[in-house]
Design a protein around this ligand. Sequence first.
Ligand code: BES
Ligand code: MN
Ligand code: ZN
Length: 503
Amino acid sequence: MPQRQSGAAPDVAIEFIQAPLADLDVDSIVVAVPGGDDDWSAGALIADAELDGSLKAALADADFNGKPGSTFVLPTPGMLKAKRVVVVGLNADDASEEDVRQAFGAGAMAAKSAKSAAVACIVPEGAAGATGTYRAATEGFLLGLYDFQTYRSGDEKPNVERLVFVGDETADAGEGVRVGQALAAGVYLARDMVFEPGNTIYPESLARVAEETARHVELEYEVFDEVQLAEMGAGAIVAVGQGSEHLPRLVRMTYTPSGESVATVALVGKGITFDTGGMSLKTGAGMVPMKTDMAGSAAVLGAMRAVAELDLPITIHGIIAAAENMPSDTAYRPSDVLKAMNGKTIEVISTDAEGRLVLADALVYAAGLGSEVMIDLATLTGAKVVALGEESVAVFSNDDDLAEAIIAAADESGELFWHMPLWDSLRSQLDSEIADMKNTGGRGGGSITAALFLSEFAEGKRWAHLDIAGAAWTGSSKGYTPKGATGVAVRTLVTYLERLAEA
Ligand code: BES
Ligand code: MN
Ligand code: ZN
């Protein structure tokens, strides 16, 4: 079962200490400096002075370029309690929050490689202000340390356990750290869930993790089993889930603000705990990555975990549509006709186009809760990967302002989102001879026809669909995102909600 359980907090204790570098009882000190001889922050200059100028001298010798993400390790034999200084590139004056994340993510990873248990960070106050800078530094640092160790036997690999920010804990800096920790906890939870394989995460256990999380951070929680779903008329999710001995579940978590609520938003996640393709069976190789097919619901869970700690004046529903797509004598078939919760009928062409089916019912259910805005997240189509590559998220919406607000939040979060068209002219690909629509179109524009299918279940609400196929997993470590599950969209969703609350 998941490593960090419902708490999902990174196991790093964070504190502020104001002291000379020589006295810091840590293994590594991370200090951010720009390339060349540009304006060094006050903290970096003090560090250089305390090292008798050897920092500047060593960097000049090394031709350190100062780019965010670059690092240089300077051993400090006998000079400090800390065994090394990890220099990270950052020009504080024009640094974006993403630069700060990259810099401290790289610093954390370098300190971890050097087996540091305790790390001090000197954070320059730059363009992003204290709250934004400390938030980004905390995010980058914690996210870079992520490691999924649940199934390795033998000694646990060492990781950083203590983070000391050098300086006084001002209210702004403290707030930034607090929010950064909440975001990292949400991303950790999402990554943990996506790493877990199909034999540990199935609809019932996914619902259980959601329940534990809801209890831990005090969210309302409700779950519907297959019998209740059939009674509700949710015939699409019931059909997708009926081939597995692990029957489907629909989960609702709700965050209710303590004071006034200015908006109601639903986050809806595809939670296919394993996608074999069903009777339209995938190939062996095509199936291997499909434990990640619940990444949309993992992002919803992670975002709910984070928002619960942020005191936003918005009512937020987190909906998880959980099913396992299996072939069996009870499985749904190509050519079956299903009826979704809004009464629309669907002719199944491919049982492998299952994500849009479970989301259809989940969206209708979310609309019924009075959500003004609905955002669904799904590893929905291979066509998205063909169109935009692995790392990006495709954004479809029936409201351009909503799409642009989500993309602005992604830019702020350092995630790569791109606005895609919902061309009505492609809708005829879904026309069916015997039902209101087919569940697949032709080969061309596959991520668009999938989004057009979902739009039939938006029930007149402002709705956006995020196709995170490919983006939920990375084959190589990049910046502060280690190899494997990425936790994509958690930070963007939370940032979108924060900005919505300010509007
Ligand atoms: N879960 C897959 C999509 C997917 C593919 C996610 C690759 C991540 C990486 C989805 O359920 C699926 O099988 N989609 C089909 C749709 C087709 C049958 C219309 C696809 O993309 O091939
Ligand atoms: Mn599929
Ligand atoms: Zn799928």
